[in-house]
Design a protein around this ligand. Structure first.
Ligand SMILES: Nc1nc2c(ncn2[C@@H]2O[C@H](COP(=O)(O)OP(=O)(O)OP(=O)(O)O)[C@@H](O)[C@H]2O)c(=O)[nH]1
Length: 92
């Protein structure tokens, strides 16, 4: 599962987290590895990934492998690394 968040919008992070955790409850997605792309990291207003782990409550996910990947759709930074993680973990 690949979940893309707008890390420059602090106001919506709590809502984003709730939506993500609702999805993780889906039976069909049980134990499916999760990649979260923290997009818009090229912006000065972006929340750093170290903070996002707490804001999105990612540290509480224990039923699957997950990875938080900083990225920018504008500069393409981080996209390759994220997709490499998906390819490595998709079979598991
Ligand atoms: N700086 C920057 N801008 C981005 C990035 N990704 C998307 N955008 C811009 O953000 C604007 C909104 O695009 P998105 O967030 O992809 O679109 P969206 O999610 O449908 O838009 P909202 O629902 O309004 O948030 C567009 O102008 C995009 O070009 C990024 O990584 N960095």
């Amino acid at each position: 599962m690949i979940y893309v968040i707008d890390s420059s919008d602090r106001k919506t992070l709590e809502e984003t987290s709730l939506e993500l955790f609702e999805l993780l409850e889906e039976e069909k997605l049980a134990a499916v590895p999760l990649l979260i792309f923290a997009n818009k990291q090229d912006l000065a207003t972006a929340t750093p990934t170290s903070e996002l782990v707490e804001c999105l409550h990612l540290h509480t996910i224990r039923d699957r492998m997950w990875q938080l990947q900083a990225c920018s759709a504008v500069t393409a930074q981080g996209l390759q690394d994220g997709m490499t993680w998906v390819c490595k973990n998709i079979k598991k």
